[in-house]
Design a protein around this ligand. Structure first.
Ligand code: PLP
Length: 404
């Protein structure tokens, strides 16, 4: 008898940021070892609790949450999302909003509705790897454009233009960016949108870190796409509202909707097939967007999180051969290990060594579809004392693996 095998469509789908190193960390923890985790942007376990008022709003609405909601979401949540974007001077009606179980579900759902076999999608390198994985799963092809470390990790529009072919259907922007911490300049966003306009591409704009900004300002891609470019803007409660576990997010459809009837029917079909998003969590959306707006500790200049990012950057800066662009937004740093001094051929193995020898878990750069084994991502969520300990051990490991 033959064994049971995974479907062939999974071939080529990679999600290494939750791959073998994470499995090893779990096994080590099961043996009683204590791991310092700098690998995941999951806020609540690090003392960035979901605001009480948001938790209460879910609890209050539990009795109303027994049935399925409309597949596109509860009316109050859709209205709150529309009003939020209206307050940012974007012309959004609740009909243009779809609520989902986090941005992740909506990325999967919308790409499934958009892509045909062989369709190409331009994706940043490095990226949030769900984008590449889901495009591959939908039988499309992720074509990576490089973000330029020497320009604060802004994408290079010329490099994007060079990758456009007759099969290119869409372009993904992640702004503010995971894993680099970049906040794209308005000029960069405009230049990318202009390419989309010229080549009739759908713009897929992942703005989940929109409110977590330390330097610069956020440019809403939908502002730039106007009426003539189809734009899907994704955001949700996981990051700014520290509610990863609630699984609540939205996608907003703007721009040339009159040309997108058929596509939107496909989105509705897929939304109906999964009934609806988790109803209690949908009620948290209104609480967040129309009530609780102060996200003090996270985004306030000089607040706990910015201080931790700065500390992490300073400590990394002291390690010979480690170069790190300061983060302007989001929760991450994406430092480079100078290839002259760190002759790494497999960055996942290098990170595994760090885990086994120093009990520190980070994410290797190629897990984010970065082409070379010379970067890693660090999440600056633990408190100062833990960061100092973790980065001290990282410095030791760097010294042990460095060629001087
Ligand atoms: N997009 C980006 C850029 C992210 O970093 C994440 C999570 O880390 C997501 C989407 C997924 O968010 P959600 O928790 O809403 O599924």
């Amino acid at each position: 008898m033959t064994g049971f095998h995974q479907a062939t469509r999974l071939q080529g789908v990679r999600y290494d940021v939750r791959g073998k190193n994470m499995v090893e960390a779990q096994a080590m923890e099961a043996r009683g070892e204590h791991i310092l985790k700098l690998n995941i942007g999951n806020l609540a376990p690090f003392g960035f609790a979901t605001p009480d008022s948001v938790v209460r709003s879910v609890a209050t609405h539990l009795p109303e949450s027994e049935g399925y909601s409309d597949a596109r979401g509860v009316p109050s949540a859709r209205a709150a999302v529309a009003e939020y974007y209206q307050s940012k001077h974007l012309d959004v009606d609740p009909q243009q909003v779809l609520i989902g179980n986090g941005v992740s579900e909506l990325i999967s759902l919308t790409l499934s509705a958009i892509l045909n076999h062989g369709d190409e999608v331009l994706v940043p390198a490095p990226d949030y790897p769900l984008w590449t994985a889901q495009i591959t799963l939908c039988d499309g092809k992720a074509v990576h454009y490089l973000c330029d470390e020497t320009r604060g990790w802004n994408p290079d529009p010329d490099d994007i233009a060079a990758h456009i072919t007759a099969r290119t259907k869409a372009i993904v922007l992640i702004n503010p960016n995971n894993p680099t911490g970049a906040v794209y300049s308005a000029d960069t966003v405009r230049a990318i949108v202009q390419l989309a306009r010229e080549h009739d591409l759908i713009v897929l704009s992942d703005e989940i870190y929109e409110k977590i900004i330390y330097h610069g300002t956020h440019t809403y891609t939908a502002h730039e796409t106007g009426d003539d470019v189809l734009c899907l803007t994704y955001s949700g409660l996981s990051k700014a509202y520290r509610a990863c576990g609630f699984r609540a997010g939205w996608v907003v459809f703007t721009g040339s909707l009159q040309r997108a009837h058929n596509l939107l029917e496909g989105v509705d079909l897929l939304a109906n097939m999964r009934m609806c998003a988790n109803v209690p969590a949908q009620y948290a959306i209104e609480a967040c967007l129309s009530g609780y707006q102060s996200i003090d500790e996270l985004t306030a200049p000089g607040g706990r999180f910015e201080e931790q990012l700065r500390l992490s950057h300073d400590l990394l800066d002291q390690i010979p051969g480690v170069n790190c662009v300061p983060a302007a937004g989001a929760l991450y740093l994406f430092p480079q290990l100078d290839p002259e001094r760190y002759p790494i051929t497999d960055d996942e193995d290098w990170a595994l060594g760090l885990l086994r020898e120093k009990k520190i878990l980070i994410s290797h750069g190629r897990g984010f579809n970065w082409p070379n084994p010379d970067h890693f991502r660090l999440v600056a969520l633990p408190e100062d004392a833990v960061l100092r300990e973790a980065l001290g051990r990282l410095a030791e490991y760097c010294e042990e693996t460095r060629r001087d």
